[in-house]
Write a protein that binds this ligand. Structure first.
Ligand code: UT7
Length: 333
């Protein structure tokens, strides 16, 4: 019998340091008005000094496990662009912080698409019968890689974490996750990148150029490609599952920019009222953004069992991916 993956629990966590637009405008050449009108963002949260990605991930993971009513899981998959260290992966540290030392744990790096890739990886582990439950986390301390001299990126990104517990099942219906559509185009790697710190720069024998240790993004081109690839990918996954745009109750996309969310909904023919958008309050949290947006909507009581969610993301790599999820009847809110 074909095994499937079901959502069994969800949780999220934001660090306590709230950073309104005005605070950024006080230290760089930008304004609350520019940030709000170009991105939809009003504020974001930055982790306090000493707090790392594994701390945020462990908090969100603990909340998702509590929501699933579980004290243990079979594996931990962490999507992050900002690991605690380049080596080793951060997921084993998260597992240890959760008292899960011994279980398989590894990172997935697909920048803002990371959570969709991590969900697909978890579904694969469940489908192969490797484990019966997987904790899938998206967590970022993006503030650690932002260039304070680059106003174009510093105003967009924030820190946070979101997590889901997936459990193996044998049926479609409420809770079912998948199928997936995933893709990449490495010829676009310079559009979203941290140039220094990897083998390429070390092998060059040259010191990093100023700013190369920070995140950079060619915003306008990324905007165009984000809409194009998310729309194509979302349509592909709708085709796989046999849903029309009108069957989608909630468009749960990567929170890149409010204008991207609105444009994507329009292209797909999904009414704006069905778009999950928390970017105003948390900014773009990269790999954390989809589970964070879904958990906040769940906590606000916006879903009922059987609601159909379409998830889609685009990010560095370039990478993109989409999946669908039918909302479960969660018993441990
Ligand atoms: O999460 C992964 C995927 N990421 C995305 O999908 C993000 C996609 N891109 C975007 O969201 C948008 O392109 C941005 C928000 C990054 C930029 O918005 P934009 O409307 O594309 O602006 P732009 O880059 O075309 O810049 C327009 C103007 C420029 O000035 P000039 O050349 O017209 O005089 C920029 O220098 O806005 C200027 N600018 C700013 N002004 C005030 C850029 N950043 C700022 C700023 N404050 N923070």
């Amino acid at each position: 019998m074909t095994r499937s993956a079901h959502l069994a629990g969800i949780g999220s966590f934001l660090p306590s340091c709230r950073v309104p637009n005005a605070q950024l405008a006080a230290r760089m050449d930008t304004s609350d008005e520019w940030i709000r009108t170009r991105t939809g963002i009003r504020q974001r949260y930055f982790a306090e000094p000493g707090t790392t990605t594994s701390d945020l991930a462990a908090e969100a993971g603990a909340r998702a496990m509590k929501s699933a009513g579980l004290a243990e899981v079979g594996a931990v998959v962490l999507a992050t662009t900002t690991p605690d260290r380049p080596c080793p992966a951060t997921a084993p540290v998260v597992a240890a912080k959760l008292g899960l030392a011994g279980c398989p744990a590894f990172d997935v790096q697909a920048v803002c698409t990371g959570f969709v890739y991590a969900l697909a990886t978890a579904c694969g582990l469940l489908a192969m019968g490797c484990v019966d439950t997987v904790l899938v986390i998206g967590a970022e301390t993006f503030s650690t890689i932002l260039n304070p001299a680059d106003r174009a990126t510093s105003v967009i990104f924030g820190d946070g974490a979101g997590a889901m517990v997936l459990r193996s099942g044998h049926t479609a219906g409420n809770g079912a996750v998948g199928p997936f559509d995933l893709g990449s185009d490495g010829t676009g790697r310079d559009l979203i990148t941290v140039r220094a710190g990897g083998a390429e720069q070390r092998r060059s024998g040259l010191a990093p150029a100023p700013g190369d240790e920070y995140f950079s993004m060619a915003g306008r081109e990324v905007f165009r490609q984000a809409v194009e690839h998310m729309a194509q990918s979302a349509r592909a996954v709708l085709g796989h599952v046999g849903w029309q745009a009108g069957d989608v109750d909630w468009l749960a996309c990567h929170q890149a920019n409010l204008r991207i969310l609105v444009r994507l909904a329009d292209v797909l023919g999904i009414p704006e009222a069905r778009v999950l958008a928390n970017i105003a309050e948390v900014g773009n949290t990269s790999a954390a953004s989809i589970p964070l947006a879904i958990d906040q909507a769940y906590q606000a009581g916006r879903f009922k069992a059987g609601d159909r969610l379409l998830l889609s993301a685009f990010g560095g790599g370039l990478t993109w991916g989409s999946t669908v999820l039918t909302w479960p009847d969660l018993t441990h809110p």
